[in-house]
Design a protein around this ligand. Structure first.
Ligand code: GDP
Ligand code: MG
Length: 168
């Protein structure tokens, strides 16, 4: 069976685990356990073929750590997660994005999607649509606004990433 391994990176508390659990298990994770690092295996169909999407949910990746480097080297695709309710978590994504480019070096078209979470918390929102549009064009990456709680656009994220990996 063909396997696609992806890693989910971003600051602590932004909603990485909730996003992955919503996609892989179809439920909302309301508890916050910052230390959880877990791998999820999902069966997916790509062009009629059975494939496995192997998703690594990491615990906090703000800093440049040796562990990040291991994750990045191993993965073929990347889900970079920030919270729409915390503008400063975009900075973490920018750092991670640069780490990926450094580590993957000359490789072109590295499959990456950027995910803003907690879209349902509209009154707490700090990151505007304009900011997202600007960064999407500056970084040349697709952005998704999601809610793991309400199951908004969660599958779109993983479908886009699978599509990018398939095309390489
Ligand atoms: P992680 O550290 O990035 O894995 O963050 P978690 O996935 O554990 O989420 C941190 C907290 O935010 C938890 O209490 C989640 O229930 C909450 N959370 C995550 N995603 C959403 C969302 O889409 N909407 C709302 N309202 N809360 C969320
Ligand atoms: Mg987590």
């Amino acid at each position: 069976v063909y396997e696609y391994s992806v890693v989910v990176l971003g600051a602590g508390g932004v909603g990485k685990s909730a996003l992955v659990v919503r996609y892989a298990q179809g439920q909302f994770l309301s508890d916050y356990n910052p230390t959880i690092e877990e791998q999820y295996r999902c069966d997916v169909q790509l062009e009629g073929k059975n494939c496995v999407l192997d998703i690594m949910d990491t615990a906090g990746a703000e800093q440049f750590t040796a562990l990040n480097e291991v994750y990045i080297k191993r993965a073929r695709g990347f889900v970079l997660v920030f919270s729409l309710t915390q503008e400063n978590t975009l900075q973490d994504i920018d750092n991670i994005r640069q780490q990926i480019q450094m580590i993957k070096g000359q490789e072109a078209n590295i499959p990456i999607v950027v995910v803003g979470t907690k879209m349902d918390l509209a009154r707490e929102r700090e990151v505007t649509r304009d900011t997202i549009k600007e960064l999407a064009s500056k970084w040349g990456l697709p952005f998704y606004e999601t809610s793991a709680k309400n199951n908004w656009h969660v599958t779109d994220v993983f479908h886009d990433l699978l599509d990018q990996m398939r095309r390489r």
